[in-house]
Every structure is written in structure tokens, then in C-alpha cells.
Ligand binder design. Structure first.
Ligand code: PLP
Length: 396
């Protein structure tokens, strides 16, 4: 039977960018030890107090069909959090609870884009962005940010790509680059969005992981609340990746229509997960800082080790749980380097190519194993790069 073009083209025609990750996984499955610095998942598990609340809620009977937009208490708690961050009046009617940030990304693009519309996003990008856009029938249009700008996008590049576009997706703090967009960058983005009448979809799932600078949501900028959909999640801030809970926050009318989408797709998020999410949010900023702390420590480890050599360079490292490393001095591109590193050192990192073209000279290191293993693996990576670069200069 013929399958729809839409579903058979979600990942496009080429690789989905996860080949190296799968190769590392299969080495591990066959008993070969590999230090996996690939996916963005904490090395700690969800806090027991959150799990206890989940269990109490489920045993207490919250196992029936949940309300579609989310339980009011959680929607209110999310709205209050966003109002605190942005200063923009926000209430529960601006919030839909979704299956993680990913569910929110999908819902926001469904709301913003018609079949065949151009949907912009910044390259380097989180791996699901093009597939999310294609799964709503829109055309995925990456717009390159440049390493020399610390991967802050330029307004002129966005404007040049904006003809026929209906949405722009941004992500700060950024996966994979670790960039945190400055106020100037966000104001320039807002300028293009207003000028070209776009929806701005602002993926803020790393908003608790800021190492330098501060988090500014574009929802807070003048005239932007009516055209911004903020994507949020408890996955990264509360180590709840497996609970699949997040939200989209936007104009009440957009949220009302996205409720129709929720009714006709997942039919709401389990009530006991939402109760646990509500409890997680009530734990406050100190708890969130504790979840983020290991990445801040490992960023310091990265900076210390990088300072001892001059082959590999770290790009921004201002936020999120990743270090984007420029390995071009080795004479290899990201893909070849990551494959060779896995073969030689049994250290798995993601090729920059997995996240678009703009980071093809880089590898992304997820700082997601304990500090000692992390330091050891990074040392091996740097020694490996040093050996390669000697080879490169020999050839010159
Ligand atoms: N957005 C970004 C930038 C991410 O890195 C991720 C996950 O890694 C997500 C969204 C989706 O996260 P979740 O669906 O677990 O909330």
C-alpha cells in the first residue's frame, strides 16, 4: 500500500544524523565499553520526591482520561512561571500541557504553518527540527548562524530567507551550540519577525541552564507576546525526560485551536504525570539549580582542559549541557573525526554535521557522564586531536 509522502519524508532523503549514536549503542550492546557523550540526557534520574508524587497521584485514582489542555493547577503554575520570567501577563488560557517540548514544537508548527509554507529555523539546529516542520507539511528552511558570530543569528540572513515564510523557530540557550542569544540578537530577530509578519516559536527548554549572560524570552519584547509561542519542558530543568511533559505558551486563541489538535492526537497527558510535574515546579529555583549544577562543573572541566592545548577550540559554552568543539585544526570534518574517535578511543560524540551544515567543522560533546569519566574522555579526545593535527602539519 502506498504511504503518504508526508510520513515517508519526515526525516528527508538522507541520514537522520544519528548514525554515530546508533553505532556507539550497538558497540555497547555487544559488550564493548564506550563513553557515550551523545544524547542530551542527565546522568541522574528523576528525583524520588517527584516519583513519589507520581505514585501517590496514580494510587489516589488520577488514572482516568485527563483534561485535554492540562490540569488547571499545572497550567496556572506554568503561566505564573512564564509571567515571572517575562513580565507579560500570562494565565492558564495561554498554556497547553504537551508531551514534552517535542509535543509543543509539533503543536506550535501545526498552529503556525499551512501545507507548503516555509518554516525557518537556525542552523545548527536540534536534530528533530526539520522533521517536525516536514511532519506538518511545511518546507524546512535552515538559516545558517556563523561560528565567528558565536552562532548568534544575523537579522539580514533571516530577512533574506523570509519570503513566503510563516514561522521562525529559535532556541536559546541553544542545543547544539551552547549559545545564549543576547538581547541585541533577540531584538534583531523580533524586528524581522514583526516586519515579515512571522510567528516566532521560541524553544526555551534549556532556560535553567545558563552559564554566562541571562535568559531573555522574546515573549517579553514589545509587541511580541501576540506572535510568540514559547516551548517549555520539564525534561531538562527537572531531569524528567522520560515523563514526557512540557508546554506551549502563546496567545489564547492559538492555544484554543491547539487544544483541538491535542484532542485528536494524544488526548491529553496522564494526570499522575501532570501532578508530578506540578510538584516538580513547586520545588523552586534552588532545586533547578541543583539539576543544572553538574553541567556547570563539567563546563569548567572543559574550559580547564581546553586551556592546556591549542588544537581544539570551544565555541560559546554559555548555556545548555553541551560543548560544541571546533576540531578543524585536525584536518577532519565533524563526521570523520567522530567516527575515527569512536574507533580509536571508544569515545562517542555527535558530529556537528548531525545538526546542519553550519557546524560541520565541529563535534558536539554532551557533558552527561560523571565528572571523572567526563574529564578522562575529554582528555582522550584532545590527545587524539593533537595526534591528528601533528599528522596534518607533517603533510603540509
Ligand atoms: N528542544 C531542544 C532544543 C532539545 O534539545 C530537546 C531535547 O533534547 C527538545 C526540544 C525536546 O525535549 P523534550 O521533548 O524531552 O521536552
Amino acid at each position: 500500500m502506498k504511504l503518504s509522502h508526508r510520513i515517508t519524508h519526515i526525516t528527508g532523503d538522507g541520514s537522520d544524523g544519528w548514525d554515530l549514536y546508533r553505532r556507539a549503542r550497538s558497540l555497547v550492546a555487544s559488550g564493548i565499553p564506550v563513553v557515550e557523550l551523545t544524547i542530551g540526557e542527565h546522568d541522574i534520574r528523576t528525583d524520588p520526591s517527584i516519583l513519589n508524587r507520581m505514585q501517590t497521584s496514580a494510587l489516589g485514582g488520577h488514572t482516568g482520561y485527563p483534561g485535554i489542555p492540562g490540569i488547571p493547577a499545572l497550567r496556572k503554575a506554568v503561566a505564573e512561571r512564564i509571567e515571572r520570567q517575562t513580565g507579560v501577563p500570562t494565565d492558564m488560557h495561554n498554556v497547553l500541557i504537551t508531551a514534552g517540548g517535542q509535543g509543543a514544537l509539533f503543536a506550535a508548527h501545526q498552529a503556525a504553518c499551512d501545507e507548503g509554507d516555509r518554516a525557518l529555523f537556525i542552523d545548527p539546529y536540534y536534530a528533530t527540527y526539520p522533521g517536525t516542520v516536514r511532519s506538518v507539511g511545511a518546507i524546512a528552511v535552515p538559516v545558517k548562524a556563523r561560528a565567528e558570530d558565536g552562532f548568534q543569528p544575523r537579522a539580514a540572513d533571516l530577512a533574506a530567507a523570509a519570503d513566503g515564510a510563516t514561522s521562525l523557530l529559535i532556541n536559546s540557550p541553544n542545543n547544539p551550540t551552547g549559545a545564549v542569544y543576547s538581547r541585541a540578537t533577540l531584538e534583531a530577530i523580533a524586528g524581522v519577525v514583526l516586519d515579515r509578519d512571522l510567528w516566532l516559536i521560541s524553544d526555551e527548554v534549556y532556560d535553567t541552564q545558563i552559564w554566562s549572560g541571562s535568559h531573555l524570552s522574546p515573549r517579553a519584547l514589545p509587541e511580541m507576546a501576540d506572535r510568540t509561542m514559547v516551548v517549555g519542558s520539564l525534561s531538562k530543568s527537572h531531569a524528567m525526560t522520560g515523563s514526557r511533559i512540557g508546554w506551549v505558551c502563546g496567545p489564547a486563541e492559538a492555544i484554543r485551536y491547539m487544544m483541538d489538535l491535542a484532542t485528536n492526537t494524544n488526548y491529553g497527558i496522564p494526570g499522575f504525570i501532570q501532578d508530578a510535574g506540578l510538584h516538580a515546579l513547586s520545588l523552586g529555583p534552588e532545586f533547578e539549580a541543583g539539576i543544572a549544577a553538574p553541567f556547570l562543573r563539567r563546563r569548567a572541566i572543559t574550559q580547564r582542559l581546553l586551556a592546556q592545548q591549542n588544537i581544539v577550540r570551544a565555541l560559546p559554552m554559555d548555556g545548555a549541557m553541551y560543548a560544541m568543539l571546533d576540531i578543524s585544526a585536525t584536518g577532519m570534518g565533524g563526521n570523520a573525526f567522530a567516527e575515527a574517535l569512536l574507533d580509536a578511543e571508544r569515545v562517542a560524540v555527535m558530529p556537528g554535521d548531525s545538526f546542519g551544515e553550519a557546524a560541520a567543522a565541529c563535534v558536539r560533546v554532551a557533558m552527561t557522564v560523571d565528572d571523572d569519566r567526563y574529564a578522562e574522555a575529554l582528555t582522550r579526545l584532545l590527545d587524539f586531536a593533537a595526534r591528528l593535527s601533528v599528522g596534518t602539519s607533517d603533510r603540509d
